[in-house]
Design a protein around this ligand. Structure first.
Ligand SMILES: [Zn+2]
Length: 253
């Protein structure tokens, strides 16, 4: 039986996720910010909450945990950092966590924060990336170095094309505007814009997105992407100079 992923809007532009299967009452929640909305969905679907996974310590990815624990006292919490007032199980690079529903491989991805991890379910082609990778963008570098962030994104760019990516925020239209500003009249970007507009019209969200397509049009994820080829030829940046240029420009965009 295939896994289902329910996307839950949280706060102003955050996403939390509920993972479940139709033949099971078990569920996993990722990065809860607002417990009430999540509890309503779990009750409506008659699901028990067995696991919470946290991608990084920021409040907008963890603030729902305490109330979820009150509603589901037996829930197991997996987090790369300790959280206030609840018991957590530590997770770090290369851990494999076997749940009732799937297996999550943990990938360390520092840069946005030092503790940031990505959750990869290779059997179901699911990638939960928190604030490391966004559609047409990447997370701001708050705690790590530019090198760390670039390496974390490189790890993701080496993963299979067919993976479906679930990010922590809906930032796509702003990311698109930034790339249009840097890479004007770009055919590949125009094509990406059409797909994004169609996704937003259909569901109100640009999430999830396909990793293989993203490798062609997201220069934060892949500095050698087709979309940036002409710009790179003109400017002669190294991969790292190019990544740093984009990240610095985006910070003040
Ligand atoms: Zn964050």
């Amino acid at each position: 039986m295939k896994l289902s992923v329910e996307i839950i809007n949280q706060l102003s532009d955050n996403y939390s996720y509920v993972i479940y299967k139709n033949d099971s009452n078990s569920s996993i929640v990722i990065d809860p910010a607002e417990a009430e909305k999540i509890i309503n969905i779990l009750r409506r679907k008659k699901l028990n909450l067995d696991y919470i996974f946290i991608t990084h310590h920021h409040n907008d990815h963890t603030s729902g945990v305490i109330d979820l624990v009150k509603a589901y006292p037996k829930v197991k919490i997996f987090s790369p950092s300790k959280l206030d007032s609840v018991k957590t199980n530590a997770i770090s690079e290369s851990d494999k966590i076997i749940t009732n529903l799937n297996v999550f491989k943990i990938i360390a991805a520092p840069g946005h924060t030092l503790d940031h991890i990505v959750l990869s379910d290779e059997e179901n082609n699911l990638l939960f990336v928190g604030d490391v990778l966004f559609r047409l963008g990447c997370g701001r570098i708050f705690e790590g170095t530019f090198e760390q962030m670039q390496k974390s994104l490189e790890k993701l760019s080496n993963m299979p094309d067919k993976m479906l990516v679930y990010s922590g925020h809906e930032y796509t239209l702003n990311n698109l505007k930034f790339l249009e500003h840097i890479f004007s009249n770009n055919k590949i970007l125009e094509h990406a814009k059409k797909e994004i507009t169609s996704d937003l019209n259909l569901t109100g969200r640009s999430i999830p997105f396909v990793l293989g397509k993203e490798k062609k049009c997201n220069p934060f994820l892949n500095q050698k992407c087709e979309m940036a080829a002409e710009f790179r030829n003109t400017n002669k940046y190294t991969d790292h100079e190019f990544f740093s240029y984009l990240r610095v420009e985006k910070d003040s965009f």
